[in-house]
Design a protein around this ligand. Structure first.
Ligand code: SAM
Length: 291
């Protein structure tokens, strides 16, 4: 049997250009890629030599899915030198990484983990609402709104709380947060398909969070509650990225990459590039983050 290694790679929240350079470099060497359902098909361009296997699970639909994936990883590592396990966002955040690491360790297979941009960070970027705030937002929690056993009783954890897997139960989540002690006028930011060109953001108070359900229906959704959900600023009219800077973006990234890593990593700049790519002198300054 070949002594292969498994490299877990965070693909980022969706669009191919949000993978890290390290992740792309490992993909270029992969012989087989076991990937989740949420990742951008354009990522295949980064590993055209590899066999791609979709092992995506949706919610808890596959009761036996995880054990099967563990077994597949072990079997593929027995046949190939480099097996990539490509996961949405970051592998360490609600990614079932623990089970897979344990299964591989028990089988004596070497592993590496390459981090990725987790959906919370992409959501904060798209909404231009920083997750931490000087003075008011010093603690941050990442939570799931749903567990295998169903909803769980929430307790107030941090100044800013980010909820994954909340899209199907926004109204119920709001009730649970109110019950946990948040006030009805606490800001809540909802972002679906964060990091994609068709990302959607909406701003609410806890009292009306349920109203976001229709807008974000059927899309992977992040809910941010508390200090980090408040608007950081009002975008100034005409504050779009200057044309010169915008045209520099697509060429800047590929030039930094190995020549084998091509169009999948061209930044997917949406037509509405302006607000997300806005250059804000104050926010990009060198002021120490004295939180
Ligand atoms: C099983 S968790 C995986 C999280 C992933 N490991 C990460 O770090 O982002 C799936 C949940 O992540 C969130 N999610 C994933 N991609 C997203 C995106 N592009 N926009 C908003 N939420 C996303 C949704 O809450 C979704 O239900």
């Amino acid at each position: 049997m070949t002594a292969g290694r498994v490299v877990f790679i965070g693909a980022g929240p969706g669009a191919a250009d949000l993978i890290t350079l390290r992740g792309a470099a490992w993909l270029a060497r992969a012989e087989v890629v076991l990937h989740d359902a949420l990742t951008d098909p354009a990522l295949r361009e980064l590993a055209p030599q590899a066999r791609w296997v979709d092992v995506g699970k949706r919610g808890y639909a596959h009761a036996t899915g995880q054990a099967k994936i563990d077994a597949m990883l072990i079997a593929e590592a027995g046949r190939h030198a480099i097996v990539v396990r490509l996961k949405g966002g970051d592998p360490s955040v609600f990614g079932r990484l623990e089970e897979e690491l344990q299964a591989l360790a028990a089988a004596g297979i070497a592993c590496e983990v390459v981090p990725g941009i987790t959906a919370a960070l992409a959501a904060a970027a798209d909404a231009r609402r920083p997750l931490t705030r000087r003075g008011s937002g010093r603690t941050l929690s990442l939570a799931t709104a749903m567990t295998r056993a169903g909803p769980h009783e929430l307790q107030r954890q941090a100044d800013t709380e980010v909820f994954y897997m909340a899209g199907l139960r926004l109204a119920a989540l709001a009730q649970e947060l109110l019950h946990a002690g948040w006030s009805a006028d606490t800001p809540a930011s909802v972002v679906s398909r964060a990091g994609w060109p068709d990302s959607l953001e909406s701003a609410h108070r806890l009292a009306d969070l349920g109203a976001a359900a229709t807008l974000h229906a059927g899309r992977p959704t992040i809910v941010v509650v508390g200090a980090g959900a408040a608007p950081a600023c009002t975008p100034a009219p005409g504050s779009a990225l200057p044309p010169a800077a915008a045209s520099a973006l697509p060429s800047a990234l590929p030039s930094a990459l190995p020549s084998a890593l091509p169009s999948a990593l061209q930044p997917t700049l949406p037509p509405a590039l302006a607000p997300a790519a806005r250059l804000d002198a104050e926010q990009n300054g060198n002021t120490p983050a004295s939180t």
